[in-house]
Design a protein around this ligand. Structure first.
Ligand SMILES: [Zn+2]
Length: 153
């Protein structure tokens, strides 16, 4: 059975990134946990099946019914084995990515989870090009990033 522990390193990065890039989350309680890699209970990762990816992390919204048990609004769970293989820059990017899922809706005064900007298969782009506006925007941003231009969003 997978065991979790508090992820202090991830929490430090997440708390800093909230201040730097996610001001809408300053009032949110975000808990970071990580799967245990010590004690021999973690099996080595098998390569994923085609069409599946290894899950580095996952942000979840804490249901309101858990409020009496835990005051958190979000929980971000990290995979301990995969986290250990990341550089510090990749760890920061991963934390930033997970925080992008964590949103606040002012109209309803409620937190929610956001989807990714794009959802597409590489082969569809090979066959059909940049056929949707969201794919075009993402590609343009990635190209500017490749040439180290300042990316404004
Ligand atoms: Zn994601």
């Amino acid at each position: 059975m997978t065991q979790y522990e508090k992820h202090e390193a991830g929490q430090t990065i997440v708390d800093r990134l909230v201040r730097e890039h996610h001001p809408h989350l300053e009032g949110a309680l975000i808990a970071c946990v990580i799967t245990r890699t010590e004690g021999g209970d973690a099996k080595p990762k098998r390569p994923p099946k085609p069409g599946r990816k290894l899950k580095l992390a996952k942000a979840s919204l804490v249901p309101k019914k858990f409020g009496p048990l835990m005051p958190h609004d979000f929980v971000i769970e990290f995979d301990g084995q995969l986290w250990a293989g990341l550089t510090l820059e990749q760890q920061e990017a991963l934390c930033d990515h997970e925080l992008m899922h964590c949103r606040y809706d002012m109209d309803t005064d409620a937190y929610y989870l956001a989807d990714h900007d794009i959802e597409e298969f590489r082969e569809i782009v090979v066959r059909h090009g940049l056929w949707k506006q969201d794919i075009r925007l993402f590609t343009e941003t990635a190209q500017r990033s490749l040439f180290h231009e300042t990316v404004t969003v």
